[in-house]
Structure formats: C-alpha cells, structure tokens
Design a protein around this ligand. Structure first.
Ligand code: NAI
Length: 464
C-alpha cells in the first residue's frame, strides 16, 4: 500500500493535466487509468485521431478540389484507407507515449486498473488499496444511448464516435444521427473521402447553441461539400439488415414517418458524464439530476477531500475545459488559488472551414436584454483567405453598445480555431473592440479579419 497527497482517477486531459500540475507544485501524486494507454477519450478515440483523419481527408479534398486550379496536376489520387488508419494510429501513439514520458518526468505513479473509492482517502485498484489525502475524479464521459438504436462498433454498421474512427473500409453511404460537433466533423471526413453522407437532426438548425448566422453559413458550406441534411427529424430507431442499416425518423413538421438506408450509421446524439463503478453512491457523493458529479466553486464534491473535474462535472464537455479545471483543482489542493473563467472558454469545430466561438452569441446577448453592437467582416475581403481559396465565411464580433467591451466572437473561416484565441486573450483582459481595432495585425494574415470585425464595431471596416 502506498500513501499519496493526491490520487487522480482517469488520465484524460482533465486527469493527466491535474496530476502534472499537482506534481509540479510538490505533491506526491498517482493517477489511476485502466486503459492500455494514457490520454483518455481525447487522445485515444476522440480529438486526436479525429484530427488526423480530418487532416488527411482535407488533403484528399484539396487534391481534387483546388490542386488543378493552382496548376498542380496530380491526376487521380488514390486513397489507401489502411495506410490512413496507420497514420492515425501513429499520431495517437506519439501523443499517448508523450503523456507517459511526462508522468515519469514528474514522478507520477500510473496505477494501472480501474479505481473504486472505498472511503474518502482510500482508492482500490485491483487488489491493492492506496491511501491519499485527496482524490480527484476525472472519469470523463461516454456516448449517450439513443432509444431504439443499438450501437455495435465491432460489427461496424451502427457505430458511435469510437467505431466510426476505425471502420473496416470507407462506406459508400452513411447516415449521421445528430448535427452536433461529432456528427459534422466525422461526417465531413467521410464525405471528403467519397461517402454519400446524410445528416439527420432533431432541431431545425445544425450545431445547437451556435450563433444563428454561423449555423446558416456552415450548413450552406457543408451542403456545397456534398453533405445532405434532414432537419427537424426525430430518429426513432435503426434496424440492421445484412451489411446495411435502415434509419427511421419522424419529420416534426407533419409527423410523417420516413426512413433512410445506408451502409453505416453514426450515432452522434451527445455524451453523458461517466463515473460508474467508483462507488460514489455508497460514499454519499451527490449527483446532479443530469448525472454529473455535483461540485462546489472549488470542484469539491459533497464529500470533503473528493473532487471532480472535466466531463464528469457540470459544464461544457470540452478537453480544454477539463484541462483548465485540472490545473485549477491541483492549485486549490496545493493551497493556492485555482480559478477557471467559464465565460471565456472557446469552442471549435475542426471542419474546413473551421468554426470557432467564444462568449455570448447575438441571440443570447439579446435574450439577456443586453444592448450590443455587432461588427462583421467577410473573408471575401481578406487577401490571404482569397489566396488560399478559403474566402467563405466571416468574423462576427459582439461588443457592449455602451462600453465597447467585447462580449463574444464567432468565426467561420480558415484558421478560425487559432484566430479565436486573440479574442479570448482580449476578453480575459476586459478589452474593448477598439483595443483589437487599434492593434497592428500583420498583412497578409487571416487574423486581419478579426481586426476588421473590431473596426466594424467602430467607424467601419476598411476592406468592405
Ligand atoms: P451534441 O450535443 O453536440 O449534438 C448532438 C445532436 O444530436 C444535437 O444537435 C441534437 O439535437 C441531436 N439529436 C439528439 N437526439 C436526436 C434524435 N433522436 N434524432 C435526431 N437528432 C438528435 O453531441 P455530439 O456531437 O455527440 O458531441 C458530444 C460532446 O462531445 C459535445 O459536448 C461536444 O462539445 C464534444 N465534442 C467536442 C469536440 C470539439 O470541441 N471539436 C469534438 C467532439 C466532441
């Protein structure tokens, strides 16, 4: 039996970052992880492998879409799916091994196995009970089940976000249930590789919660890329027959029953927090009515000494939110002042073009009765975006009408996921739109579009 200052349960972006920060702050730390590799869902079967496939499929798309226009005649580009899978696996392995290296460097013990919290300060892994002054639950989330639909990743016909990353071959057709982040990222991977993709979504718009104008433009662009959309459609069941599947849905506008057939069905209707098997019930750890572990302002659960962060705790299910909480809770446990600013957490969809957002949408600001001004700038007016043939999209900056303080930003366009961060930093410093407008931006960069949107909140953008 070993005694630690902190045992972190789960080695995803929340858990491993928490363990590293705590070790840097001088604590004796162990991290429990039952998977064969560190990094959790994000590194193993989420953000990282999907980004490898998004990159490879984007390259494939460029070859047949834009190469010839630039005088690059490569002819027909053959897709070697097994090789693409190997590239994805190498990308994952490089990253998971990197975490292992960081654990060794920071003298963090990896307790291999699945944890049970026997009592506050007592964590059982396998046959051994380890003691710790504090425990952090960072057990993440799993795909939520959809009534009438049985996912079988092994069979490869009705799959979730894990199964879709490792299909045996590129299917001819795919129905994606849910037009959220997972559905659109992975739907566009396969669409670019030649699959006929149809997205069936319950709501009347894609990407719930996003800025309305971004939603419309995004759907238009994805449609141009070959994705089909059936909106306002509630999926009620999926039947599998020999090597194919039939998706049944009700069109909400007229209650008519419809069906679609495809080789593969991706179920992407959300995720649920996961803390099963830890024994939280018998410890008296309170949960929210949506199944999250309830925490206070310092991520402490209802049981002193037990904390929870990341997807298992309330808030957006995003790797970077988990990382921030991981660092902050480590600081709290080490007697410092950990803090997360939940008003400035960016969200990015890694399609082409990328979609990125931070802060309030125009709709949310208006619903909250705030007086706002909106500065918009289209990438059509940005020289760099035009040069790289990615001039679809725009930057939309929302500022307070009286104080000019930046309240939010919504970008659809090239590098949106990188550009959003200058707005995040500005918001952290309580900047006004004018502060961005007065900051010199290098030319020619796509970031100039952010500055132009800020100028549009004042006396006007230049290149429109
Ligand atoms: P989501 O919550 O983003 O979207 C699910 C969609 O499914 C919603 O639009 C919902 O209306 C629809 N839906 C639900 N039931 C339905 C039904 N019966 N018929 C038709 N449509 C239905 O969930 P998603 O995409 O599965 O992602 C899960 C989580 O993972 C999210 O919190 C997301 O933020 C996170 N994630 C983030 C990524 C990123 O930041 N790039 C990448 C992948 C996941």
């Amino acid at each position: 039996m070993s005694t630690y200052d902190l045992i972190v349960i789960g080695a995803g972006p929340g858990g491993y970052v928490c363990a590293i920060r705590a070790a840097q702050l001088g604590l004796k730390v162990a991290c429990v992880e039952g998977r064969e590799t560190l990094g959790g869902t994000c590194l193993n079967v989420g953000c990282i492998p999907s980004k490898a496939l998004l990159h490879a499929s984007h390259m494939a798309h460029e070859t047949h879409e834009n190469f010839a226009k630039m005088g690059l005649n490569v002819g027909h580009v053959e897709i070697d799916w097994q090789k693409m899978q190997a590239y994805k696996a190498e990308t994952v392995a490089g990253n998971t091994k990197g975490i292992e290296f960081l654990f060794k460097k920071n003298k963090i013990d990896w307790l291999k196995g699945w944890a049970v919290i026997e009592a506050p300060g007592k964590v059982k892994v396998g046959d051994t009970t380890h003691e710790a002054k504090t425990v952090v639950i960072a057990t993440g989330s799993v795909s939520s089940a959809l009534k009438g639909v049985t996912v079988d990743n092994e069979a490869g016909i009705v799959v979730d976000s894990t199964g879709v990353l490792a299909l045996p071959k590129i299917p001819a057709s795919m129905v994606v249930i849910g037009a959220g982040v997972i559905g659109l990222e992975l739907g566009s991977v396969y669409a670019r590789l030649g699959t006929q993709v149809t997205v069936v979504e319950y709501l009347d718009a894609i990407t719930p919660g996003m800025d309305g104008e971004v939603q419309k433009q995004f759907q238009k662009i994805l449609t141009k890329q070959g994705l089909k959309f059936v909106l306002g459609a509630a999926v009620s069941g999926v039947e599998t027959t020999d090597g194919a599947a039939k998706v049944s849905y009700t069109l909400r506008k007229d209650n008519s029953e419809q069906a679609l057939e495809a080789e593969v069905v991706l179920v992407a209707t959300g995720r649920r927090p996961y803390a099963d098997g830890l024994g939280l019930d018998s410890l008296g750890v309170q949960m929210t009515d949506r199944g999250y572990v309830k925490v206070d302002g310092h991520w402490q659960t209802s049981v002193p000494g037990i904390y929870a962060i990341g997807d298992a705790a309330p808030g957006p299910m995003l790797a970077h939110k988990a990382e921030d909480e991981g660092m902050a809770v480590a600081e709290v446990i080490a007697g410092k002042h950990g803090h997360v600013n939940y008003d400035v957490i960016p969200g990015v969809i890694y399609t082409t073009p990328e979609v990125a957002a931070v802060g309030l949408t125009e709709e949310a600001a208006k619903a909250a009765g705030r007086k706002i001004k909106v500065g918009k700038f289209p990438f059509m007016g940005n020289a760099r975006a035009k040069a790289v043939m990615q001039a679809d999209g725009f930057v939309k900056l929302i500022a307070d009408a009286d104080t000019d303080r930046i309240l939010g930003c919504h970008i659809i366009g090239p590098n949106a996921g990188e550009m959003i961060h200058e707005v995040c930093v500005a918001m952290e410093f309580g900047a006004a739109a004018q502060d961005l407008a007065l900051t010199c931006h290098a030319h020619p960069t796509t970031s100039e579009a952010v500055r132009e949107a800020a100028l549009a909140c004042g006396d006007g953008a230049i290149h429109v």
